[in-house]
Write a protein that binds this ligand. Structure first.
Ligand SMILES: NC(=O)c1ccc[n+]([C@@H]2O[C@H](COP(=O)([O-])OP(=O)(O)OC[C@H]3O[C@@H](n4cnc5c(N)ncnc54)[C@H](OP(=O)(O)O)[C@@H]3O)[C@@H](O)[C@H]2O)c1
Length: 263
């Protein structure tokens, strides 16, 4: 029997050093992709690379630097000669209501979670061929107004615009774009929430499924969207939240809470 000579596809994942991005890199590696992993923490990227059974290139860099996107895509092309999927996952979890958001925070969130994904998409689209796709990692806070979301809501809904714009312009070339919008998933970014009993109860009572979402739920959906089973899905916003954004489900305990309209 001859060995399969088809070149392995390549996925570039930003924010691959932890949480959702790490799970996405693992899922693509399991699916036979070669990986370009980007994040600031080199040691974490090296640990990831050592644990994956595929070819991995790492780029330890801040995605907000103007040249990081071009460097990452060039790395994919130099090392592997192709780019089949870009996953724009790196993001900054800074939440505050609008009136409590200073310029520094606003700039940081926009730079990390909107300008950087735009630059990565721009660099990727210049080299991608038919069959490739861009997957953005948004949030339920980009679909519905999340209380206290502020700049985070703004950038995550901006990513929906980026997704639809790419779908419209590049679908004709066979290049797709979709966005996944997780609810609250247990990672370093949300650790403080999960430690608060109030939040655990709130999340449970507002989610019409009896389990928490996981990083693997997100990774499996991103992988599905990027590969053949998802190959006619283009420009779509997929919430991964157990139904939270589409329902008004509350448990009896929550519906009978003591907070009632005044006046
Ligand atoms: N967890 C949730 O509940 C949830 C829900 C909805 C959406 N999301 C989105 O999912 C994505 C991943 O978040 P997560 O929950 O997995 O959090 P996480 O574990 O804190 O991971 C964030 C990742 O982004 C990278 N990153 C952040 N700023 C960066 C920068 N300036 N340059 C390069 N890399 C940077 C981090 O790497 P380094 O620190 O090594 O640079 C890390 O790999 C984010 O876009 C987030 O908004 C998360």
């Amino acid at each position: 029997m001859h060995a399969d000579s088809t070149p392995k596809p390549v996925a570039l994942v930003t924010g691959a050093s932890s949480g959702i991005g790490e799970a996405i890199a693992r899922r693509f590696a399991e699916g036979g992709f070669r990986i370009v992993a980007v994040a600031r923490r080199q040691e974490r990227l090296e640990q990831l690379a050592a644990s994956l059974d595929t070819d991995v290139e790492i780029l330890a860099a801040d995605v907000t630097a103007a040249d990081t996107a071009d460097r990452a895509v060039q790395l994919a092309m130099d090392a592997f000669g192709r780019l089949d999927c870009l996953v724009n996952n790196a993001g900054s979890g800074k939440w505050a209501p609008v009136d409590q958001t200073d310029d520094q925070t606003l700039d940081e969130v926009v730079e990390t979670s909107l300008k950087a994904p735009f630059r990565f998409a721009r660099a990727a689209l210049r080299v991608m061929q038919s069959g490739a796709s861009v997957i953005n990692v948004g949030s339920t806070f980009g679909i519905r107004g999340g209380a206290g979301g502020g700049a985070y809501c703004v950038v995550k809904s901006g990513l929906i615009g980026l997704t639809q714009s790419i779908a419209a312009d590049y679908g004709f070339q066979g290049i797709r774009s979709n966005i996944v919008c997780p609810g609250v998933i247990k990672t370093a970014m949300t650790q403080d929430f999960w430690e608060a009993p109030f939040f655990q109860r709130l999340n449970h009572e507002m989610t019409p499924m009896d389990r928490e979402g996981t990083v693997e739920d997100v990774a499996n959906t991103v992988y599905f969207l990027a590969t053949v089973p998802g190959s006619y899905i283009n420009g779509q916003t997929i919430a991964l939240d157990g139904g939270w954004t589409t329902t008004k489900t509350l448990t009896v305990e929550a519906m009978t809470c003591e907070r009632v309209p005044q006046g």
